[in-house]
Design a protein. Sequence first.
Length: 762
Amino acid sequence: MAVLKCKMCGGDLAVGFGMTVCECEYCGSKQTVPLMDNEKKLTLFSRANRLRAACEFDKASLVYESVVAEFPEEAEAYWGIVLCRFGIEYVDDPKTGRKIPTCHRPSFDSVLEDPDFEMALGRSDVASRAVYREEATAMESLRMAILEVSSKEEPYDVFICYKETDEDGGRTMDSVLAQDIYDELTEKGYKVFFARITLEEKLGEEYEPYIFAALHSARVMLVVGTDYEHFNAVWVKNEWSRFLSLIEAGSKKTLIPCYQNLDAYDMPPEFRRLQAQDLGKVGAIQDLARGVGKIIGERSQRVNAVAQNEAGSLAGPSNSSTEPLLRRAFLFLEDQDWLKADEFLEKVLNLDPENALAYVGKLMAEFQVSSQICLGKVNGTFRHNRNYKKAIRFADERLKEELEGYNAKIEKRKREEFVSQILSEKKKWLNEALTETDFRALTDSLRQYSSYPEIMEFQKNCCKEYENRCVKAKELWLQFLSRKEEWEGWQAKEKEFDQEIRSLEKSRGIVEQVLDEILSLSHQVQRVEGEMKECAKRVSEYSGMILRQKEKRSNLGFLALSEKKEIDSIIAALQKDLQSEQEQRNQLTIFHGELRQKIASLKKEEELIREKERIGKEIDFIAEEKRRFFAEKKIQEMLSIRKEMSTPNCLAILLHTDEQDVFHAILSDEEFYSKIMSVSALAVIAESNPLLQKMPSEIRDGIQKKSGRLDAETRYFQACQALGNPRNEEDILWAKAQFMKLTGYKDAEDKISECNRRIAGE
């Protein structure tokens, strides 16, 4: 099973099955975790979290997206997408020592209104939902702080993106080229963001607000690189990918890749559709500066023309005092300077209170879009917006039609998203519904959406679904019953196969045991023979030493009594050692003979190996016979029937029966009983059937233990929480469904009545 890492410090998390919130034992951070129910999903999460921790936000987001595609109900995957979208990295707080978020990809869009954040909330439980809201609130505060700082920055014309240092900490050639470009452009009067110089004055401050302001205000980005890896360095790619995202969102910006000593085709694939500049050519920087001037100049002239056209054709008769102000306001909108744009639009309205285009501009500033067409892509609707109402009031037919079209487009998208979310949640409920009570609660919860034909169609299908399940369960039971005797005969045959295989495996085990014993005895024989050789060597050495001492004694004179006495004591000691070694050699010889006799008493090793191989082939033969037997069409059909009957949907209906033979057959079948015991909801259904009392005590006790009060108490507690602090009517409907299943609780009826009162708005 893959190991989940802490999102803050990267330490291993101790996550239990079913947990959605965990506390890191290393940094103490409380955080949400995915459900530990699928190995592939956890492997994907480990990879995504590792990439996100390395600030590879785009790559991490793709992995989270793949998790969403395969596991659409996993809330943590949607939350991972949110973290990547806002470039969240967790760093140490120097004051508290705890991990806090820092934002590398701030946005004008609120974290709390992010669609993936809403998806995470909709698929989370009570505990994880609270953690998501807490973290999102902290991220939103951080985002607003960045916007506040960035709003005070003067707009830039050009943003130079490059890699400053290499692996050794030295300055790159990219940085040198970038500074040459910076010098050339600043000499021509352009305001250029070049980190090496621009951020030099920001020492001790967070850089992100200034980078954010420059990215959104600059009309041109120059990405300078002399190496493919430099273009794809984490922070370099973070800047140019964000700039490309702004272009894709409709901002009138231009990105120019600038390279040297590099093939143009070796640059990132995102640049291949862009016109690049080879800095290795003579005069390349001067050509680049002239090109930048043309882009900025051409765009300014085009915006002036558009604003003048719109002011003349949509805002009524030409007004020489308001047209320049209106054109200036639309330039500020293009530069995403919302406050300045609003300020100039107010000046227009002071002179011309019924200028429809001015109200359109204020609407654009309010929703922070740079072009009018992007109004159709914002999150909120305009129907109750004051600027929208005034724009509609004073607009001519063409402008009115366009604005109403934007609003209609938004409302249609919102409606589709809402319907999609409701259907997704209800389909999950449908898949989990087992009893008629579950289906009734589901259809009751759908009545509030009577104005949505798609949801009402789904409600009809839910009613049909339960009827279809009942019909299907009855058909399967009749098919099962018609072949029940045959199945029992097949089971008996299977037991014969299995018994014969077990008998042969036992025989093979005995043969393997004898072979192991022979091998062990052979090792002992080798060890004893080695010891015998060593002992014989020592006997020979002692004999030689005694002989030499005796010769030495015989060479002594008649009067060398003390020397002879000393030699005699040495000879006596050596003879004692010699005798001990001879006795040990005799014992080893006897033990060696015993070992040889034991080996001889066992079968020959070659015969045993042949016997083992013969038994193995016989086991394989019987296993193949069993496989062929159960591959027969009739048996496969029965196995298919049993597989369908083993689903929780079918078992739930069969367990509701009032027929003793059906109930007894289901609970007496090992496979069906095992499935019921693995799904507590099925055990609850079986326990509620009065026929359970007629079942054998061991089955009855097992069912009652599985359905027992722990699971019911958990659901009762969660239902009380949902009723006590509901987010919306959905929580109340869910609580009601739980109380309807828990009729054994004395206050269940009171809780159901309270739910009904809440739903009715009393």
